[in-house]
Design a binder for this molecule. Structure first.
Ligand code: PMP
Length: 395
């Protein structure tokens, strides 16, 4: 009994008590030996969570947008071409960021919101011009669409194009294998599947990305995000040496180290499988309740969040407060063109079977209070069928 509703939005999420305790501990000096050890360990663990063999991890104070901004600032020189594989709002944002640093940006989009561009469309786009870099949003939080990073990265690698993956709503939840899949920069933020309150921008850069940065002929047009300022700091902490460029957020980094330790203790394979199962449970529940979803096909739906559409005649202003009253805080729509038509349920990090069932029960209670007609328990039952592996009853 938490005596408060569950926070089930796509970030920030519910955090583990040990992670929160690290935030409340007395703050150490940023050059204290115990903090240097924790920072160094967090960098090593980040490489493992990103499944990168030899990438360079960066931990910076900032939100996910800084984690997007920094690779753009460091890899783009004015006049470079960049391709954005666009599945929603955050693809648009990446295009804007790249443009700010002088890139000529082309977007390759799906035919409809909730879809994703075909591999053929992306291959054709890549062949149409000489691109330096391609961005992929692994899960676009505005549409809950999951992209096929492995296949997309393969297309870019065949053509010598750098691959940057916005994994803010996916990394440490959806499967992402940086080295095996040939990803050059993978990035996220602390407040989602990584399981730490907001405030950390996290990314890992491949050796190929560092090489591209080193061979720039123009200065990086962002002082704070310049890898020239931060690379020596990350290298020093990993070598367990004191170092300073900008004061690191000591308590957040300690909390990060605790959370990364928990993630690795669970094991990446087990963690991906748990997220997949929870995602399938939410999808089955919403389908059983008769609600549509933004992704145009269940096979491209994310496992870290679900984006159901409102039933006919019921709006967010009516439904979401009732669901909160019943125990779960959910988020409204985000994509500007369809914002009023759908809501979002985040299920990342520590979300387990109990949280899933409690959230679905709260959705059912909210729907009932809003006057929607359905079979009570249908959603919970469909989710339980997923968790127990029992075959779903035929509709
Ligand atoms: N990319 C994606 C896919 C996201 O979901 C978000 C946050 N919702 C961001 C980028 C930006 O992160 P932040 O809000 O931490 O700046």
């Amino acid at each position: 009994m938490k005596n408060r509703p569950l926070l089930m939005i796509p970030g920030p999420i519910e955090f583990d008590p040990d992670v929160l305790a690290a935030l409340g501990a007395p703050t150490a000096s940023h050059v204290a030996p115990n903090f240097i050890e924790e920072f160094g360990q967090a960098l090593e663990r980040l490489r493992e969570v990103f499944l990168s063999e030899d990438g360079q991890p960066f931990i910076l104070a900032g939100s996910g947008t800084l984690a997007m901004d920094s690779p753009a600032a460091n890899l783009i020189e004015p006049g470079d071409r960049a391709l954005a594989v666009n599945t929603g709002y955050f693809g648009d944002r990446y295009g804007d960021i790249l443009q700010r640093y002088g890139a000529e940006v082309t977007h390759v989009r799906a035919d409809a919101i909730g879809g994703r561009p075909t591999l053929d469309a992306v291959a054709q786009a890549l062949d149409a011009a000489d691109y330096k870099l391609m961005t992929i949003t692994q899960v676009d939080t505005s549409t809950a669409v999951l992209t096929d990073v492995e296949a997309l990265a393969g297309l870019a690698a065949d053509r010598g194009v750098l691959v940057v993956v916005d994994g803010v709503c996916s990394i440490a939840g959806e499967e992402l294998r940086m080295s095996d899949w040939g990803v050059d920069v993978a990035l996220t933020a602390s407040q989602k599947a990584v399981g730490v309150p907001p405030g950390l921008a996290l990314f890992v850069a491949s050796q190929r990305a560092l090489e591209a940065w080193r061979s720039r002929t123009t200065p990086v047009l962002n002082y704070y995000a310049d890898w020239g300022n931060w690379l020596p700091i990350m290298e020093a902490y990993e070598a367990r040496r004191p170092s300073y460029f900008g004061t690191p957020p000591v308590n957040l980094i300690r909390a990060l180290n605790v959370s990364l330790g928990q993630i690795l203790a669970e094991g990446m394979g087990a963690r991906f499988a748990r997220h997949e199962q929870v995602g399938r449970a939410f999808q089955a529940a919403l389908a059983a309740l008769g609600l549509g979803q933004v992704p145009t096909d269940p096979t491209i739906a994310a496992h870290t969040l679900t984006a159901p559409t409102y039933p006919e005649g019921i709006g967010g202003g009516d439904l979401l407060p009732r669901i909160k009253e019943a125990g779960a805080i959910l988020a409204g729509g985000l994509h500007p063109e369809i914002k009023q038509t759908y809501f979002r349920i985040g299920h990342m990090g520590a979300t387990d079977q109990a949280d899933t069932l409690a959230t679905i029960a709260a959705v059912e209670a909210g729907l009932a209070a809003a006057g929607y007609a359905f079979e009570p328990g249908a959603g919970v039952s469909a989710a339980l069928h997923v968790f127990t592996g029992a075959p779903q009853p035929q509709a």
